[in-house]
Design a protein around this ligand. Structure first.
Ligand code: SAM
Length: 261
């Protein structure tokens, strides 16, 4: 009979396999809209415009990233936001990790052609188990990526390992609404999770996982009123997508600081 941990690692592996398939199937479609693969654009009061460039600048400001820091871009896609950050801050070093080797290959090409080459690095890997030494990073960015994790406590324990004391985790994502749901809402969040291979926890669950793994949660903010949705899937023409008008989700932002050890 299988032990519980063998069973869990089997489930984790099948999630990963499904996510790899998802990104191989969709990455070229997302690229038609740019190298930032986010479904929501933050309209921060200090930043004019509604482009991905504006969104990335708003995130840099909100995350508190500063020039000269070493930043982990956890779940980096093809590296668009990381490159944008490195072009904005001339002494910033960015290390991106994406589950998808296909995305990492595209990122490598983009980095070679960028003036920020040498300061931005992307590799394929799993953000639950990073190929970096302890305390390497000042900040870990999760830009619409933490919600894919099926093991949040493992994920944030790994962040606690690779971040310096007082290092920061910044998360922008889509979250499941807390509280009661109608049957229709239950059906739609279940369909969303399956279509996007996305775990979609509530913000409360994600914040609790940070608190349980050595972080002080500084802020938990519903960002919905500041985010413009950019759904592009209808244009992909892929059978996996369908409209979900009663989806119980919202945009959110979590900032947490690693407690000194
Ligand atoms: C919606 S995309 C966002 C990409 C990027 N942050 C951006 O803003 O362009 C989600 C990303 O999370 C990554 N991801 C999901 N699960 C991951 C895991 N276990 N390890 C590393 N990356 C992961 C995917 O490979 C994908 O690149």
């Amino acid at each position: 009979m299988k032990t519980r941990s063998a069973k869990n690692s089997g489930i984790a592996q099948s999630w990963k396999d499904e996510q790899l398939r998802y990104w191989r199937e969709t990455t070229d479609h997302y690229l038609k809209f740019g190298t930032t693969m986010q479904a929501g654009i933050i309209c921060d009061e200090d930043i004019e415009g509604q482009s991905y460039e504006d969104n990335n600048r708003a995130i840099l400001k909100r995350s508190g990233v500063r020039d000269g820091q070493v930043v982990l871009d956890a779940g980096c896609g093809v590296g668009g936001p990381g490159l944008c950050a490195a072009l904005h801050f001339p002494a910033l070093e960015v290390h991106g990790i994406t589950l998808s080797p296909y995305q990492a290959g595209i990122a490598q090409k983009m980095i070679t052609e960028s003036p920020a080459a040498g300061r931005v690095h992307v590799q394929a890997g799993d953000y639950h188990k990073l190929p970096f030494p302890n305390r390497k990073f000042d900040c870990a960015l999760f830009l619409e990526s933490a919600g894919y994790s099926f093991q949040l406590e493992e994920l944030f324990s790994e962040m606690a390992r690779v971040l310096r004391d007082d290092g920061r985790v910044y998360i922008k994502d889509v979250f499941c609404r807390a509280g009661e749901m109608t049957v229709q809402e239950w059906k739609q969040i279940a369909a969303f999770r399956q279509i996007y291979v996305h775990h979609t926890p509530t913000m409360e669950v994600m914040a609790a996982a940070l608190s349980a793994t050595g972080f002080t949660v500084r802020s938990v903010l519903d960002l919905s009123s500041m985010v413009i949705n950019k759904p592009r899937e209808p244009e992909f023409g892929l059978p996996r997508f369908r409209p979900l008008p009663d989806l119980p989700v919202h945009w959110g932002e979590i900032v947490a600081i690693k407690t000194a050890t």
